[in-house]
Design a protein around this ligand. Structure first.
Ligand code: CP
Ligand code: NVA
Length: 305
């Protein structure tokens, strides 16, 4: 059974295949060519955190492809003690075709997948956000016509789930990557261990120096300073991350043809200014749209035998 839980489980060929399928399906979609290969298919989404893009893009993708979908929290699924995870996974996967899960614990998604007879997709955990990274790279590919080899994708901000998945996908596609964070907010030790084990030759630079980081950038990328579940740390984080805002000064320190990306939702005025969000270098809405095209490509990759 193939799942998408971490991009570290995929090789380059598989990642390129999802991206290529998504790009082809996007073009068809835009040409109003909308085949429905998944008529009668059913998508179940278990979401324990809010979502605009991920939840709706998966549902829209499944409906576009002829299927249907529904959403519930893990509490509604009975996972708060009513029933074991193993039993819920076995029952749900017996009459559903694909399951997406957004929750706090990454291990929960791994455990659920072990007992599921259908593909499980990680729709964001505290550790990783692989579907976001796929949409990000589809956007980069659209911007530059290729996977950049000689210029850096520069992530500035918290060394969080979004940063970790970006590191994975850039390592797989051999895109040079820089992660620029305040000292106490680097990528986690456990993530770096698995990353270094899987990609010993990857070009990853970690730095606290934002001006240096943006010099050879083809992309500047940021995310919120306090992720879902970290709301009580927001005030402290606002102070700690203040020097890491992507503003007009930082954008102008990067090459003129560089692009700005943000997974959204954005806190304008904190990690990014209005001016950068609305600048001609910003691709954030194209990037958000690409979530739906990646969802379609991913369903094809997982469900077409
Ligand atoms: N980027 C992203 O995952 O957005 P949502 O939290 O709205 O799904
Ligand atoms: N790092 C953010 C991403 C939201 C899409 C979070 O986990 O809240």
């Amino acid at each position: 059974m193939t799942h998408l839980i971490s991009l570290q489980d995929l090789d380059r060929k598989q990642v390129e295949s999802i991206l290529e399928t998504s790009a082809v399906l996007k073009q068809k979609f835009q040409d109003d060519d909308r085949p429905q290969p998944f008529a009668g298919y059913f998508l179940t989404q278990i979401f324990d955190k809010p979502s605009l893009r991920t939840r709706t893009s998966f549902e829209a993708a499944m409906v576009n492809l002829g299927g249907n979908g529904m959403f519930m929290t893990s509490e509604e699924a009975g996972l708060n003690g009513r029933e074991s995870l193993e039993d819920v996974a076995r029952v749900l996967s017996s009459f559903t075709d694909v399951i997406t899960i957004r929750t706090f614990s990454h291990q929960f998604i791994i455990d659920f997948a072990k007992h599921s007879s259908v593909p499980v997709i990680n729709a964001l955990s505290d550790e990783l956000h692989p579907c976001q990274a796929l949409a990000d790279i589809l956007t980069v590919r659209e911007a530059f016509g290729e996977y950049p080899k000689n210029r850096r994708l520069v992530y500035i901000g918290d060394g969080n789930n979004v940063a970790a998945s970006l590191c994975n996908i850039t390592a797989i596609l051999e895109i040079p990557m820089t992660v620029c964070t305040p000292e106490n907010y680097t990528l986690s030790k456990s993530f770096l261990e698995s990353y270094q084990q899987n990609y010993p030759d990857a070009d990853l630079v970690q730095t606290t120096d934002i001006k240096l980081a943006v010099k050879d950038a083809c992309v500047l990328y940021t995310d919120v300073w306090a992720s879902m579940g970290q709301e009580t740390e927001a005030a402290q984080r606002k102070k700690d991350f203040a020097p890491y805002q992507i503003n007009e000064e930082i954008l102008s320190a990067a090459p003129n043809d560089s692009k700005f990306l943000h997974c959204l939702p954005a806190k304008r005025g904190l990690e990014v200014t209005d001016g950068v969000m609305e600048s001609s270098q910003s691709m954030v809405f194209q990037q958000a749209e690409n979530r739906m095209h990646i969802a379609r490509g991913l369903f094809h990759w997982l469900l077409v035998k």
